[in-house]
Design a binder for this molecule. Structure first.
Ligand code: MN
Length: 768
């Protein structure tokens, strides 16, 4: 990777450009000077040189030097699309970042932000479309537009595609079909929308050549064998017209123009005709050099001259001058009976009208190509007008056409700024793993995506991959991302998600879930309180409870139940309050919101046990991992506590004290039902003893993940693993590990290290 300017400049100084390519560069510059509003020749020469150097070792499938491709693409941008010099420079460089060892940073420092951005945009679009079968053409088109921050990205893409289509012959059949289909479905209609009539027409002909090779060859050959005959006929037709028009003093051009193979093919298919049966394989055009009112009158005068020579077919006459088409197209159309009694199509218009028709200021963009319309064919795109209702899109097409038609040579800076494409600041287009496109609002996250796929997927989403890599659930998706959601049956929505989701669907489903959970917490809190009151032998009616809740500064009793249910409020304090006493002093640290409701129950029961222990004149049990006093100690396998964990002891029927974590799933059951067997315990300061802890890991199922995990645990942390079990499903990995640690601190360190491993989504203490 070349990333230093100095290195590059040294390389460029020694660069020898073959004369053939020097010549082609001169041709390119000539077209630039002729067609573009302003030309920074130094920029284009430098872009050429860098591209030449970057591709110096590359060849195309056809065998020629690779540089001929970017050169041709730049030529199309300058000659056929007539964008601007920045576009031409970007066209020369468009394949360098993707295919060579030139870095984007270097491109930035050599050519500035704009050229680098356009090149980068072309590369990104290329990688999204690579090897993907495209459906939903209208959405794909939007995706492409939304990925381009600058409309010149699209213009380079058109030029790139046109040249690739011209040279498609060197590729394998399978690739030809894929690229030609994409061209037909996506690029040709898009070029049409941008008013790039000639580019569109050539793209259509070339896609037909590869999609329907036999039909294409048959028509091409048919046209070819009769070319002489046709040219003779056209000449014979034109000569008297030319003489008459010259006599009448017109400044004009007249010529016969063959129709595109694609449109002839369409006509054959649509009308079930053979090539021989189609008369209008060409049309005669009369272009008058006159403007305004004079121009319009001239069109009519020319029409009279023509129809005096050849009788018109009245039914075929169309006056698009008095009544222009909705897209602004103006012309007189007629069909006359020519030599040998053959019908000949004529179009008469001024040069100005012609310019609009060909490269269209307002051209074509609202013109719906109905199946019966001119230019449609067997494979005609079904969706040319699909975006007709999208005024934003239509406005943009019109705006781009206007830019291309009316460049502002006096203010190149303004011209460049106007190319900034920010129409798509509201939507993004992302792919599902199946390659389907999904539209989401900008800022949407994997959680929004998951709920869009299905509510259940949203509820259980635990992680997400974008283009195969794990991303946080709060990641802002980008157009073109391929998103895969990882789910786990154990996962439930996290209320934090509300803070970053942007779709209504996701936020309403999460809120609903939170409300549901709240309802359950309220119910649970109420039950806990009732039990507590019963044990305290307090009989309170609703009114008294409400009053007590108000006395505790709760706005409603429901709020109180909720806090009890979630463990935020200790029901013993409620009892104390009712009895008019100070709340029971609690040595346990204040529980944090969100902690298991069992925790307070545990503390409360521990208090009871502590009181009874005090009464019996015994101190709380201190555990040191060994036999202690007259009681045997064991560690509960359900929660595998380690020193540092908040714990309690539970006297088993065999006389052993089992140590549980206070947040053990079994704790509420043990503490509520069999409070008399709970023994308050504390950890001794012990370092040499090893404890068993269990962890659960979730992540992506990738090669080598198990060995990475065991390496972290046994090598870097010098800890022994007792067991490890791994399951995987749908590319998702779940592992259960039991290992030896000396205390909670060490366990947390291990968990941190594991979390940092590539592809690990989460590491949890096992709770059951
Ligand atoms: Mn290319």
């Amino acid at each position: 990777m070349i990333s230093a300017s100095a290195d590059l400049h040294r390389q460029l100084d020694d660069l020898h450009v073959e004369p053939e390519y020097e010549r082609r560069l001169r041709v390119l510059l000539e077209h630039c000077r002729r067609n573009l509003p302003s030309v920074d020749e130094r920029l284009i020469r430098r872009a050429f040189k860098v591209a030449y150097w970057a591709h110096r070792n590359d060849r195309r499938a056809s065998g020629e030097l690779y540089i001929s491709h970017p050169l041709e693409v730049a030529l199309i941008a300058a000659r056929d699309i007539r964008a601007d010099d920045v576009t031409v420079a970007a066209a020369l460089l468009h394949d360098t970042v993707e295919d060579t060892d030139l870095s984007l940073t270097l491109l930035q420092s050599e050519f500035g932000e704009t050229v680098a951005q356009i090149t980068d945009g072309v590369t990104k679009i290329g990688s999204v479309f690579e090897n993907r079968a495209l459906g939903q053409a209208e959405n794909v088109r939007k995706l492409m537009l939304s990925m381009a921050s600058d409309v010149r990205v699209i213009l380079v893409k058109f030029a790139d595609r046109l040249h690739n289509m011209r040279t498609l012959g060197s590729l394998k059949r399978e690739k030809q079909v894929r690229i030609a289909t994409e061209t037909h479905d996506l690029f040709a209609p898009l070029a049409h929308r941008f008013g790039l009539h000639e580019v569109k027409s050539e793209l259509e002909d070339l896609s037909l050549k590869y999609l329907e090779p036999e039909a294409f060859q048959q028509i091409a050959q048919g046209l070819n064998t009769k070319r002489r005959q046709r040219e003779r006929f056209i000449k014979e037709f034109i000569e008297p017209v030319r003489a008459e028009l010259e006599d009448a003093g017109f400044d004009f051009e007249i010529y016969g123009r063959p129709k595109s193979i694609y449109s002839i093919y369409g006509k054959m298919r649509k009308q079930g005709l053979e090539l021989d049966e189609i008369y209008d394989l060409f049309a005669i055009r009369v272009i008058l050099n006159a403007e305004g009112k004079q121009g319009r009158e001239d069109c009519w005068r020319a029409y009279s001259v023509l129809t005096a020579l050849y009788p018109p077919i009245a039914a075929r006459f169309r006056d698009f001058i008095s009544v222009p088409k909705s897209n602004g197209y103006q012309s007189l159309h007629t069909t006359v009976i020519g030599p040998k009694g053959r019908p000949v199509e004529i179009q008469i218009r001024t040069a100005e009208m012609h310019e609009i028709a060909e490269r269209g200021v307002a051209a074509h963009w609202k013109y719906k190509e109905t199946p019966g319309g001119n230019g449609s064919a067997g494979r005609a795109p079904q969706d040319v007008s699909a975006g007709a209702g999208d005024t934003r899109l239509d406005d943009m097409y019109a705006w781009v056409r206007d830019l291309l038609e009316n460049p502002r040579p006096d203010d190149a800076g303004e011209f460049v700024r106007e190319f900034q494409l920010n129409l798509y600041d509201e939507e993004i287009y992302v792919f599902t793993p199946n390659g389907d496109l999904m539209t989401l609002p900008r800022g949407a996250t994997p959680v929004d995506f998951a709920f869009q796929v299905h509510t259940e997927v949203g509820f259980h989403c635990i992680g997400a991959k974008v283009d195969g890599k794990m991303v946080p659930l709060s990641y802002a998706l980008q157009s073109g991302d391929q998103v895969e959601i990882l789910t786990s049956k154990k996962q439930t929505p996290n209320p934090d998600w509300i803070s970053f989701v942007v779709t209504h669907k996701a936020s309403s489903r999460i809120r609903h879930w939170i409300n549901e959970r709240r309802r359950k917490a309220v119910k649970h809190g109420r039950q806990l309180l009732d039990k507590k009151l019963k044990r305290a032998k307090l009989a309170l009616d609703e009114q008294q409870i409400n009053k007590a809740a108000a006395g505790l500064k709760y706005s409603t009793a429901r709020q109180l139940f909720f806090e009890i249910g979630t463990g935020l409020f200790d029901p013993s304090d409620f009892v104390a309050h009712v009895r008019g006493r100070q709340p029971v002093e609690d040595e346990a640290p204040a529980p944090k919101p969100g902690e298991s409701p069992a925790l307070l129950e545990v503390d409360e029961m521990a208090n009871i046990a502590r009181e009874s222990a005090r009464e019996q004149g015994r101190t709380a049990l201190v555990i040191d991992g060994e036999r202690h006093t007259d009681l045997a100690i064991g560690y509960a396998t359900c929660c595998t506590p380690v020193p540092g964990d908040s714990v309690f002891g539970f006297l088993s029927k065999t006389g052993t004290v089992k140590i549980h974590r206070k947040d053990c799933r079994n704790a509420p059951n043990l503490l509520l039902r069999q409070a008399e067997r709970v023994i308050p315990v504390e950890w001794a300061r012990q370092k040499d003893v090893q404890f068993v802890a269990s962890l659960r890991l979730v992540g992506e199922d990738r090669v080598g993940i198990v060995s990475d995990i065991t390496t972290v645990i046994s090598k870097s942390l010098k800890t022994n693993i007792r067991s490890i079990t791994v399951g995987s499903e749908d590319g998702m990995f779940e592992g259960a590990i039991t290992l030896y640690v000396s205390d909670l601190k060490q366990l947390r360190r291990i968990m941190k290290r594991l979390e940092r491993l590539d592809g690990i989504y989460g590491v949890y203490r096992s709770e059951e």
